[in-house]
Design a protein around this ligand. Structure first.
Ligand code: FES
Ligand code: FES
Length: 141
């Protein structure tokens, strides 16, 4: 019962008061844009990061999610998590981490996967625009 309540509280908090909703100019060279879809349900998430090139950290982050409450909560939580992180650390975030924090039930795991895919996609878009920023050890990333 307590797990269920905390699922509702955390998800509903991020769902009814999502953090960092919005978008940035895709054309800015310091912005990486990730756009991903969930095959399981067709929901779509757009996540954008602005990167401080002096230390490769995420200085700003915005998202738009056309999806269920858990997907909105997952992306809202993700934006709080990645702000100030290095690209390398942000790329290591796993959906299980997000699902655990929000106490998502198994049927909603793919909603947090959308958030993991979105941050990875935004990071790789940034590296495509800024090839010299990509760490040599992470060429496949
Ligand atoms: Fe995605 Fe319901 S299946 S909103
Ligand atoms: Fe598909 Fe949540 S993202 S039901």
């Amino acid at each position: 019962i307590s797990t269920r309540r905390s699922y509702h509280e955390k998800v509903l908090d991020h769902y009814s008061n999502p953090r960092n909703v919005g978008s940035m100019s895709k054309a800015d060279t310091d912005v990486g844009t990730g756009l991903v879809g969930a095959p399981a349900c067709g929901d779509v998430m757009k996540l954008q990061i602005r990167v401080d090139p002096t230390n490769n950290t995420i200085s700003d982050v915005k998202f738009k999610t056309f999806g269920c409450g858990s997907a909105i909560a997952s992306s809202s939580y993700l934006t709080e998590l990645v702000r100030g992180m290095t690209l390398e650390d942000a790329g290591k975030i796993r959906n299980t981490q997000i699902a655990q924090e929000l106490c998502l039930p198994p049927v909603k795991l793919h909603c947090s996967m959308l958030a993991e895919d979105a941050i990875k996609s935004a990071i790789s878009n940034y590296y495509i625009k800024n090839p010299t920023a990509r760490p040599a050890t992470n060429l496949a990333g």
